[in-house]
Design a protein around this ligand. Structure first.
Ligand code: CUA
Length: 192
C-alpha cells in the first residue's frame, strides 16, 4: 500500500533509516578511535626515535658554594678550546651577571640555571630563548649576527618582581671580544 504513514511499524521504511543512521555513527566512531590509536602509535614512535636532549641536573642547595655556577665563575669565558661560553644564574628577581658580553658572528654556548623559581629569558629579537628551572641546567648555542645591546627579560612569571627582572646582552665585534678575552678570564659588562 502506498499510503503507509512515514513512521510505519516493524519492517517499514523508518527502520531502514534508523539502521543506516546507526551504521553511519558506528563508522564515524570507528574512524575517530582509529585516529586516536594512530596518534598514540605515531607520537610513541616519534619520541622513541627522537628523544629530547639530555637532561642535566644540578644541586640547588650547593649551587652558590661549589661547582660551575659559583659567582666568580659566572659571565662569559673564552675556553682554551676557543669556545665562547656564558654561564648565568637566575634568581628572584635578577640575573647574574646583570650584563653579558658576547662576540658577534661566533657561536656562543649558554649554560644557566635557577636558584629558586622557574625563570626564563629571551635575548631581544634573537632566537636565544630558554627556560631556567631549579635543579636543571639549560644549555643552548646560538650566534648573534648584530652588534649592539639587547634587552634580556625574564619571560616566565616568577613572582611579584617578575616584570622588573631583566639583564642586558652586549654583542661586540668578535675581534674586540677576543682582544679582551684572555683564555679563562670571566667577562661581563657589569662595572666592577
Ligand atoms: Cu624571573 Cu620572571
Amino acid at each position: 500500500m502506498s499510503s503507509l504513514a512515514p513512521n510505519a511499524g516493524p519492517g517499514g521504511h523508518s527502520d531502514d533509516v534508523a539502521v543506516a543512521a546507526e551504521r553511519r555513527w558506528a563508522v564515524i566512531v570507528m574512524v575517530i578511535i582509529g585516529l586516536l590509536v594512530a596518534m598514540m602509535v605515531i607520537t610513541g614512535l616519534h619520541w622513541a626515535a627522537m628523544p629530547p636532549s639530555r637532561v642535566e641536573t644540578v644541586d640547588v642547595k650547593t649551587l652558590h658554594l661549589s661547582g660551575e655556577f659559583v659567582e666568580s665563575n659566572l659571565g662569559t669565558t673564552l675556553g682554551s678550546d676557543g669556545k665562547v661560553m656564558v654561564r648565568l644564574v637566575a634568581q628572584q628577581y635578577s640575573f647574574v651577571p646583570q650584563c653579558i658580553v658576547v662576540p658577534a658572528h661566533v657561536p656562543v654556548t649558554f649554560r644557566g640555571t635557577s636558584t629558586d623559581a622557574i625563570h626564563g629569558f629571551v635575548v631581544g629579537t634573537t632566537n636565544a630563548n630558554t627556560m631556567l628551572i631549579p635543579g636543571f641546567v639549560a644549555t643552548f648555542t646560538t650566534t648573534f649576527t648584530q652588534t649592539g645591546e639587547q634587552l634580556m627579560p625574564c619571560h616566565e612569571y616568577c613572582g611579584t618582581g617578575h616584570e622588573a627582572m631583566w639583564a642586558r646582552v652586549k654583542v661586540v665585534p668578535s675581534d674586540e671580544f677576543f682582544a679582551k678575552a684572555r683564555t679563562g678570564e670571566r667577562l661581563s659588562c657589569v662595572p666592577r
